[in-house]
Design a protein around this ligand. Structure first.
Ligand SMILES: [Zn+2]
Length: 138
């Protein structure tokens, strides 16, 4: 039985050779797809069902595509369009992760996220990006 699954695994690997596979855009669309599938259990709507099928086929078309350059260009476009949102989420996650040891500030000059160890009292902060200075209590 182990050999059987091993053969399936090898077959799948061989099948995927030269194909594009998964990327950030693919994972994002997969997330949207899952949300729509859950929504379709609540709202039984034929248009929603259609959208789910089109999205499903598009996700698999991209994964199985052999046109690597075009799929990579689509992914680059997605990454550029979502840069600000992804940066916002990344900063929030980091702020939450080290909330006990660091205090975060946004530079009034350039908007850079700056973290300062907590408990240092009143400090003068110099922005590493634009060298603007401002004072805060941490
Ligand atoms: Zn700055």
């Amino acid at each position: 039985m182990k050999n059987f699954f091993g053969r399936i695994g090898n077959g799948f690997r061989n099948f995927m050779i030269g194909r594009y596979g998964s990327d950030d855009l693919g994972r994002f669309l997969m997330g949207i797809l899952l949300i729509l599938i859950v929504a379709s259990f609540i709202f039984r709507n034929p248009i929603l069902q259609g959208v789910i099928w089109v999205l499903f086929l598009y996700i698999y078309f991209r994964m199985l595509s052999r046109n690597y350059a075009k799929r990579a260009a689509e992914n680059d476009w997605y990454l550029r369009k979502t840069e600000k949102v992804r940066r916002f989420i990344r900063i929030r996650q980091r702020r939450f992760a080290d909330r006990k040891t660091y205090k975060h500030f946004t530079c009034p000059g350039c908007g850079q996220d700056i973290r300062v160890p907590k408990g240092k009292g009143h400090v003068r902060i110099s922005c590493p990006k634009c060298h603007n200075t401002f004072e805060k209590t941490v």
